[in-house]
Every structure is written in structure tokens, then in C-alpha cells.
Design a protein around this ligand. Structure first.
Ligand code: AMP
Length: 614
């Protein structure tokens, strides 16, 4: 990749007028993209951005997001994603730890998130600076590409209670791009729908590989990424041929009408790929890849083409100049069939955790299998084994790191915030039925969960907030005095209790309460004023609810309606407003119930009568 942005431009001379990127703000050719990147890089250099300088990106999902990322590299710096969906306190902590003095942002981002940043440059949706007059670029020499330079700092959940920044060099990104350009059937005809937030490293592949191979990146807007119907429309309008998502992401598309048939190449990663999902993704004969890897070894470290069949999906083989070793706790390779911890070496290994030498030393170990002296391998904490058929099989984690809808979470980080509260003597967090549950041991006074949750919200992203909690007199311990997570009870489903229970009043409200309960796994009645998110709602559950509402009432309901009206009563009122037919929603639902009860002959008779009458 020649120093980060270098060979991204190998298509610039071959096809300067081909479209490189499209976004909600329009499309940009290779020639124009290059110009915008050079212009912004000059501005950044004028502001003192040079080798290794960290630059925060707190931007919207427009073509300008890609311009910003490439411009930081061209100026010699490293970008640090600052997700505008994160709380201000978390962003402040990340900026502090990364040593960020300059942030690129856009008009739609809340300026309060960037309070105290010495220099904030606002970009247009297309990536042109709209403030901060550029200093003369001519006086500041362009940076020569250097593969050893830092590409980005990617913050990930930290078990000590603070997120940690993984420092990834450009050579690791180059290894990824070269490997996937060889592996995938991808070329100038391809259009890749980019759906991942910048703060998840897999965005690097979907934003850069299309440019590296002469194709087109289609950047889905923020409003589209959790709306399967909007994504489908976008994919159809842009003729998208390739996409990468987590299992949760693919399920959202499947639940909202299916994967667009034009998407012939599908990458699934970030979490184990269950066979039922693999089968659904393979059903129309598309090409499916299971991709695996931690942020610490740069996006993906192994990839395997998934074929139809009964066996569990495996992790495939190491990509590019990457090596994988299955070792026991003494660091010795395990025999085939035995369980070991995956250790990853080679060109994808990051430098370590920024500013955290002890944590780096604990996980980035000397690599005895490497040819280069001083090389490191990363101890992933992932357990795996080689099956009799010679496949690499994923078996789960050796520690307390979990994934919820593709998001990586250290339970210890949530526990640290809970324990910091005065009224909490001790706390634990576990995953039960796919949800985070908090276990609290209160001090003298009772814990007010609503207040505590607000405190969590101030420093943790939404996906790290437990949806349920329960109070214990003490935490269960193992014989050697450690927390016995397996012995933590599974609390029965309870209403969050922030809104007083009010029974659904209309037929539509009752219908909705039943649909919500089914999707959210509620075992108690849901009240008309209960909030979808407080009940544990997330994008996939929202998709399932909307799909069921559409089927029940025959109405096209945008998913945003649920996000904007998250109570049963509020959502029901919006549905009534949307329904402009003569029949009320209740009549439509009742009619459907009656039709469902008719036999094929009775239905035919009804149609014949209707046809005769018309
Ligand atoms: P992240 O750093 O967010 O990419 O998370 C990395 C972790 O996600 C890995 O260490 C695994 O535990 C898990 N992971 C990623 N991809 C897969 C996959 N294809 N199958 C199973 N687990 C995966």
C-alpha cells in the first residue's frame, strides 16, 4: 500500500473519471477524490500534522468521511475515530489518551462533544474545510510515504475500566488489502456498500479495498445503517455487489425482506457465524466468507469460504503474511483436536496498546515462529481447535470479553463504572439470553437504578448499558475466592419499572404489546407507556417488530418511526396517523384474522364474488 494512502491511487491514472465513492451527499470521481484529499492534507500540514500525529475524526457518514481519513494519512498523521454516537465523557477520555489536539468534524455533529479541543476543523459533507483558513501549503513539504508509520488508533473496550487504543501501522493495513484483493473476486466493476462505523476497524476494509481494486465505495448514511429496508433500497439503487457485516447486521437485512440478489459476495465476521445464518446467506447461490480477527491484528486475520453443508462454519486459513498458532497455557502448540488459545503473528500485528506498556507486554508476546527477530504475536483470548477434517474451529473465549450484536465489550469495564458509584458495594455483569445483566450488591441504602443507569450512560456507549439488573446480598464466589460468573442467577424478565404500568387501551396498542413481547422475550405484560429501548430493544428487535407490524396491517412503516416514538402508545398513535385508508387499523387486522381462518375454497369463493361484483 506504499505508506497508507500511496497505492490507493494506482487507479487514479487508469480511470480518473470513474466514480470512486458515493454517499448521501453525491458522488466523487477518483480524480476529484485525490484533489480533495491533497487539499485537505495541505490544510492539515499547515496545522502542524506530521508523522504519527493523531487526528480525531468525529464526522458524519458522507463522502467527506473518506476524504478526511485519507487526508490524515497523506499529511503523515494517524486517524482516531471519535464516534459522534459516544458520550462526550468517553470521547474526552479517548482524546486525552491519544494526545489529540486537532479534530475534523462536520456540521451535523453536536459541538458539545468536542468542547475543549484546541483545534476543530469543520468539513463540508464532501470533505472541504469550511473554517480554519488553510496556511500556505507550499511552505510545508509533503510527507514521504513510510510503511512503518501509524495508520490509526482504534479504541476498544478495556477490562481495567478504560478503553484502550490499538496502534495499527500502515504496513498492517497494506497486508490486509493485498490479501483480500487476491482472495475475493473483486475488481473495477464492483460496488461495496460500506455500513460499519469508523470506530470498528472492519470499516477500513470496506472503505479502502474498493479503491485499491478500482471499484466504488457506497457509503451508507447513519440513518440507513440500522434500517434494513433503507439499506436494501440503497443497494438496489447503486447496484451494490459486495458487502461485509456482522451476523447481527446480516440478520437485519434478512428480516427486512432479504439480501438484495445483486450482492454476490458476502463477508460475515466479528462474531461466530452460526450455520443457520450461513445457510440463509448462501440460499441464492452467493459467495460467502467467514472472516475472523481482533482489532489487535488488523481487521481480519483468517478467512474461509463457506460452503453449504451440515458442518459448523470454520475460521478458514490465515490471510496474507499472517500466521496462526494454537498454544496451551505454557505456550506450547496443542495436538490436533485439542483446545488451545489462538495466537496471531505476522504482518497484521499491531504495535500494541497506545501508552500502555504493561497491557501491551501481557498480550503482544515474543513470536518464536517468526523469521524476523523481535517479532511479536498477539494472544487473542480466543479458544479454538483443529478438527479431524483439518478445519480451524472457533470455540469461544478464555476470558470475560463478550460480543453483543457484533460490539466488543469487556464486562470488567462496565463493572468498574458500577463499582465507582457510592451506593454500590460490589457489582458484576454477565450476558444472559443475549442481554447484559448487572448484578448489584448495595451498601446501606438501596440503589436507584434509573440514577445509576444515567451514570453509565455518561461514560459508556449505549451498547454497553445493561438492560436488566438485579440486587444480591453478595456475589457468588468460587472456592478460591474469585467471582463465580456461572453461578450468577438469570433474573426473570421484569419491566424496567421507570414508567408506571398502564394497560394497553386500544386494540392496536394491545396488538403492539403482543408483538413487542414476542420479539423482546417478555414474560410479563408490557405497558402502553413502556419504552422500547428500556425494555432491551436494539436494531435487530426493531427490524423484527417493524416486519411484523407491516405484515399485520399491510402498512409500510419506516423503522425510524419506532426510534422516534419508542412507547406502545406513541407508536400506535403514529400508525393511526399514517393509515389514510377508510378502514381503521383495527378493522384491517380483524379482517386479516378472518381471512386467515378461511379455507382455500372459501377464499376463492370470496375472490369470485368480489370479481363478479366489480
Ligand atoms: P474486534 O476486535 O471487535 O474485531 O473483536 C475481535 C473478537 O471478535 C475476536 O477475538 C473473536 O472473539 C470475535 N470474532 C471476530 N470474528 C469472529 C468470527 N468470524 N468467528 C468467531 N468469533 C469472531
Amino acid at each position: 500500500m506504499n505508506g497508507g494512502a500511496g497505492t490507493i491511487w494506482r487507479w487514479l491514472d487508469k480511470a480518473p473519471d470513474a466514480v470512486a465513492v458515493t454517499g448521501s451527499d453525491g458522488q466523487v470521481t477518483y480524480r476529484e477524490l485525490y484533489r480533495r484529499v491533497e487539499d485537505l492534507a495541505a490544510v492539515l500540514r499547515g496545522h502542524g500534522v506530521g508523522p504519527e500525529a493523531p487526528v480525531g475524526l468525529c464526522v458524519e457518514r458522507t463522502t467527506g468521511m473518506l476524504v478526511a481519513m485519507l487526508a490524515v494519512w497523506t499529511a503523515g498523521g494517524a486517524y482516531v475515530p471519535l464516534d459522534p454516537a459516544f458520550p462526550a465523557e468517553r470521547l474526552r477520555m479517548m482524546r486525552h489518551d491519544a494526545g489529540i489536539g486537532l479534530v475534523l468534524t462536520q456540521a451535523g455533529v453536536d459541538p458539545a462533544l468536542l468542547e475543549g479541543v484546541p483545534t476543530v476543523l469543520t468539513l463540508s459533507p464532501g470533505g472541504r474545510p469550511v473554517n480554519g483558513a488553510p496556511r500556505s501549503p507550499a511552505q510545508v513539504p509533503a510527507m514521504s510515504p513510510d510503511v512503518d508509520r501509524l495508520a490509526y488508533l482504534m479504541f476498544t473496550s478495556g477490562s481495567t475500566g478504560r478503553p484502550k487504543g490499538v496502534a495499527v501501522p500502515r504496513r498492517a493495513v497494506a497486508n490486509l488489502l493485498e490479501a483480500f484483493a487476491d482472495l475475493l473476486p473483486i475488481g473495477p466493476e464492483d460496488r461495496w456498500l460500506a455500513v460499519t462505523t469508523l470506530s470498528f476497524d472492519i470499516s477500513v476494509l470496506e472503505l479502502l479495498l474498493p479503491l485499491y481494486t478500482g471499484g466504488r465505495v457506497v457509503i451508507a448514511a447513519t440513518a440507513e445503517v440500522s434500517d434494513g429496508w433503507a439499506l436494501r433500497e440503497r443497494a438496489a439503487a447503486e447496484g451494490v455487489t459486495i458487502m461485509q457485516a456482522t451476523p447481527a447486521g446480516w440478520r437485519i437485512l434478512l428480516e427486512s425482506g432479504g439480501i438484495p440478489a445483486t450482492i454476490r459476495t458476502r463477508l460475515c465476521g466479528g462474531e461466530a457465524l452460526p450455520r443457520d445464518l450461513a445457510d440463509a446467506l448462501l440460499a441464492d447461490g452467493a459467495e460467502l466468507w467467514n472472516v475472523y480477527g481482533p482489532t489487535e491484528t488488523t481487521v481480519w486475520s483468517t478467512a474461509g469460504r463457506v460452503r453449504p453443508g451440515p458442518e459448523a462454519v470454520d475460521l478458514g486459513s490465515p490471510i496474507g503474511r499472517t500466521s496462526v498458532h494454537l498454544l496451551n497455557e505454557n505456550g506450547t502448540p496443542v495436538a490436533d483436536g485439542e483446545i488451545g488459545e489462538l495466537h496471531i503473528g505476522g504482518a497484521g500485528v499491531a504495535r500494541g496498546y497506545h501508552g500502555l506498556p504493561a497491557q501491551t507486554a501481557a498480550r503482544f508476546l515474543p513470536d518464536p515462529y517468526a523469521d524476523t527477530p523481535g517479532a511479536r504475536m498477539y494472544a487473542t483470548g480466543d479458544l479454538a481447535r483443529i478438527t479431524r477434517a483439518g478445519r480451524l474451529e472457533y470455540l469461544g473465549r478464555a476470558d470475560q470479553q463478550v460480543k453483543i450484536h457484533g460490539f466488543r465489550i469487556e464486562l470488567g469495564e462496565i463493572e468498574a463504572v458500577l463499582r465507582a458509584a457510592d451506593e454500590v458495594k460490589d457489582a458484576a455483569v454477565a450476558v444472559r439470553d443475549g442481554h447484559l445483566v448487572a448484578y448489584l450488591v448495595p451498601r446501606a441504602q438501596a440503589v436507584d437504578w434509573a440514577v445509576l443507569r444515567e451514570r453509565l450512560r455518561a461514560s459508556l456507549p449505549d451498547y454497553m448499558i445493561p438492560v436488566r439488573h438485579t440486587t444480591l446480598t453478595s456475589l457468588p464466589l468460587t472456592p478460591n475466592g474469585k467471582l463465580d460468573r456461572a453461578a450468577l442467577p438469570t433474573p426473570s424478565w421484569t419491566r424496567p419499572g421507570t414508567a408506571a404500568f398502564r394497560a394497553p387501551a386500544t386494540a392496536v396498542e394491545s396488538d403492539l404489546a403482543e408483538i413487542w413481547a414476542g420479539v423482546l422475550g417478555a414474560t410479563e405484560p408490557i405497558g402502553a407507556d413502556d419504552d422500547f429501548f428500556e425494555l432491551g430493544g436494539h436494531s435487530l428487535a426493531a427490524t423484527q417488530i417493524i416486519a411484523r407490524v407491516q405484515a399485520r396491517y399491510g402498512l409500510e412503516v419506516p423503522i425510524i418511526t419506532l426510534f422516534e416514538h419508542p412507547t406502545i402508545a406513541g407508536f400506535a398513535a403514529r400508525l393511526d396517523d399514517m393509515d389514510d385508508a377508510d378502514l381503521s387499523l383495527t378493522d384491517v387486522a380483524a379482517l386479516r384474522d378472518q381471512l386467515d381462518g378461511l379455507s382455500a375454497e372459501e377464499l376463492q369463493g370470496l375472490f369470485d364474488d368480489l370479481a363478479a361484483g366489480s
